[in-house]
Design a protein around this ligand. Sequence first.
Ligand SMILES: [Zn+2]
Length: 315
Amino acid sequence: MVRVLTALGLITLLATCGGRPERVSSAPPPAPSVEPAGRLLVAQSNIDPAALAKTLFGAKRDGSPQSPAPFGGYAKGCLAGGAQLPETGPTWQAMRLSRNRNWGHPETIAYIKRLSARAAAQPGWNGLYIGDISQPRGGPMLTGHRSHQIGLDIDIWMRPADNLGLSRTDRENISSISMRRMKGAFTNGNWTRAHHQILKAAASDPAVARIFVFPGAKVQMCNDETGDRAWLRKIRPWWGHHYHFHVRLKCPAGTSGCVNQDPPPPGDGCAGAEEWVRNILNPPPPDPNAPPPKPRREYVLADLPKQCVQVLSSR
Ligand SMILES: [Zn+2]
């Protein structure tokens, strides 16, 4: 499995995620698809069902005036009733405000508030710098990310948020810092015990489904943890994710149109992360029988759950 994934990682294009160039393949795997948009609803709304979903959703500046609800999966869906993370709070700042991606399900906003308060207790941290969540109405984006479509994915900077007085301009210009060396096989000198503690708090929250971080960080945490190890199961090694970690929340209770990803396999996942690291250090030869990669088609509106038509058109 790791070999196949590694091969895929080599053939992908560049995109941005969390303020730094990153491979598109670093987007976590797509969740299963749901019922496509109904023709009737699309016809009623006067929106062309064949229009590119990213163009439609990328043009929305505000959340939809609807009850909060994610529709579809993390990589194929939209968000009704999105809430905006305040640009600055007591223990956080939203970064890259020009992107207008500081929107999420209200439970996502609540999660950021409680995790950032925990982070602020760490030495050298006053809270968290928050990267992309979702667009105001979720959906596919014009640039970057395959996931982040239903308001339940959050990119959190690895750079310690030591100054919560950054201006808008500062937040466009400063970058996060990388935690990796040897192509992600190991952490570098920027990694601290505080990172371990913040990721542990992040993963221990029952609202969380998975957290994506580079393989060397997972192995580091596997080696350093001396207490409870249950939280390590939710820490999943993935490409990129050395300038930020990516928190994925479960579908909130009672949101029937939201599609969860299968839970991670049982166990702490440390052996799998170690194998990934070995494959980084000593890459296996490419499989001559591997099928050529399938070009990925861009979603049109009719590909998304039918409720997304209403999400787009409500005002
Ligand atoms: Zn992300």
